[in-house]
Design a protein around this ligand. Structure first.
Ligand SMILES: [Zn+2]
Length: 234
């Protein structure tokens, strides 16, 4: 009954404020989807989850202990994925991150390297930035992944204790220095012995992921797998 009321409310809301595709911003997606049918097929998927040896695992090789890693899309400048990420990050389209997470989570559940992860942990924003934006886009993607994989998510497992400068136009070395020590683990007892799925929106050099991985891997018997919504050129 409640879900029926919610659907009717959704339909009314859609009638008043038509929801557009989160990537092209032109066409309408069907109910419970973030993208229109065209974008659903056209956006550049990496299919990295099918290959352990991919750009993410190669970029992170030798930096910390990693089970495997994947990204859903290639980030291409001035193309649909950039528009999608912009809408998700700055224009309140957090539900798009949730839908995409659900979709990817269901796909990952069928893959040997991913079906054994036990707990989803998103990369946090600094509290002042989260307050300003009103939400953490990576946490919404993480929530979707957890639903698709049918495992729990612990959104506050990590905390960002230092505000970092924007990473744009920084070299790999500068990015590493910028994010070093920026994250701490809250309640280590709750993640002890777990195979974690660390989730972020975009991977570039991997400096943020590394800054999160290091404190997480200090907890006893933690294993780490990584999923991002997109991967950018190094
Ligand atoms: Zn579209």
């Amino acid at each position: 009954m409640l879900s029926h009321i919610r659907n009717v409310a959704d339909d009314l809301l859609n009638l008043l404020y038509p929801r557009l595709c989160a990537a092209c911003g032109i066409r309408h997606p069907s109910r419970d989807a973030a993208l229109c049918v065209t974008c659903q097929f056209d956006l550049p998927r990496t299919d990295y989850h099918l290959f352990h040896d991919n750009s993410i695992t190669r970029r992170l090789a030798g930096r910390f202990s990693l089970e495997t890693a994947t990204a859903m899309f290639y980030f291409v400048k001035d193309a649909s994925v950039q528009h999608l990420l912009h809408r998700v990050k700055y224009m309140g389209r957090k539900e798009a991150a949730l839908h995409l997470g659900r979709q990817y989570g269901r796909e990952l559940k069928e893959i040997a390297g991913y079906c054994k992860v036990q707990l989803v942990v998103p990369v946090p924003l600094h509290p002042s930035r989260e307050h300003q934006r009103g939400y953490n886009q990576s946490a919404w993607f993480a929530r979707g992944l957890a639903e698709g994989l049918d495992i729990p998510v612990r959104e506050r497992a990590l905390a960002r204790i230092r505000k970092t400068e924007t990473q744009t136009n920084k070299s790999r070395q500068e990015r590493l220095h910028n994010t070093e020590g920026a994250f701490v683990v809250r309640h280590p007892g709750l993640i002890k012995g777990q195979h974690l799925l660390l989730v972020d929106d975009v991977m570039t050099t991997g400096a943020t992921l590394e800054a999160c991985a290091i404190p997480l891997l200090q907890i006893q018997d933690v294993k780490l797998t990584i999923v991002t919504l997109a991967i950018a050129q190094d």
